[in-house]
Write a protein that binds this ligand. Structure first.
Ligand code: C5P
Length: 236
């Protein structure tokens, strides 16, 4: 299969030296990309700014803002069989980022915000037979919120995690998630490494792919490359 993964936070500029962002480290999305490659899939990773080395054999497209992430996903959506949106896209951005550094006193006027584009909602019209997986990082009503997002964004699967726990969610190497699918199934996984969670997600995708042979986990020789029509930074 061809799998498109997003990872990390986005950064929304306030001025040339300041930005709004979030605590996402990118570890979960990078683990998903790594698992996808290990299980024999062609993988493209759209990454926000993170301090991680990408898995080998993954093409990385580096982005900063939600707008840039949207553009990268739109460029590659036609190529992929499955989209895994693990990125923690900022929900808000400054209404008019300043070209010059804002003076401390000027800032007291307050920051005007506007919503960023909702990438999953926008690419929903191009879902066709593609498998769409989203994430829901919540601090309360985890299952209920995740189910709402699953339906609202037209997903096949949502990976829900309670980020108020110390050993799960942001920054750490482990996660405790629920896999909630559009057919109503809910699989509560125990605490496991993000690599193991990632493999569960890729295996779930493979189980839903009608074109995937049963031994596709060891598939080799998928060589066709995606179109290289936007900047690629393999060193991030
Ligand atoms: O931020 P939220 O909890 O709504 O994210 C749920 C899912 O939607 C995640 O998979 C996230 O990557 C995606 N998302 C998006 N565009 C946004 C915000 C979130 O595609 N602007």
């Amino acid at each position: 299969m061809k799998i498109l993964v997003t990872a990390g936070p986005t950064r929304e500029p306030i001025d040339p030296v300041r930005f709004i962002s979030n605590r996402s480290s990118g570890k979960m999305g990078y683990a998903v990309a790594g698992a996808a490659v290990r299980l024999g899939h062609e993988t493209v990773l759209v990454s926000g700014p993170v301090a991680l080395t990408p898995p080998e054999k993954v093409e990385v497209i580096s982005v900063v803002t939600a707008e840039e992430m949207l553009a990268a996903v739109q460029q590659r959506i036609g190529w992929c069989d499955a989209l895994v949106m693990a990125a923690a896209v900022c929900d808000w951005r400054p209404r008019s980022p300043c070209l010059q550094k804002i003076k401390k006193l000027e800032m007291s006027r307050g920051l005007q915000l506007k919503a960023t584009p909702d990438i999953l909602r926008i690419v929903r019209s191009r879902k066709e037979n593609r498998i769409f997986v989203g994430f829901a990082a919540e601090t309360r009503d985890v299952t209920k919120e995740a189910q709402r997002k699953l339906a609202e964004k037209g997903l096949d699967l949502i990976v829900a995690n309670d980020v108020s726990q110390k050993d799960a969610g942001f920054e750490v190497d482990t996660n405790r998630v629920k896999l909630i699918s559009a057919d109503g199934k809910c699989d509560s996984l125990p605490l496991m490494s993000k690599n193991e969670v990632a493999e569960r997600i890729i295996n779930w995708i493979m189980s839903k792919d009608k074109n995937c042979p049963p031994d596709a986990g060891s598939a080799k020789g998928r060589t066709s490359s995606p179109p290289a029509d936007i900047s690629i930074d393999g060193k991030r």
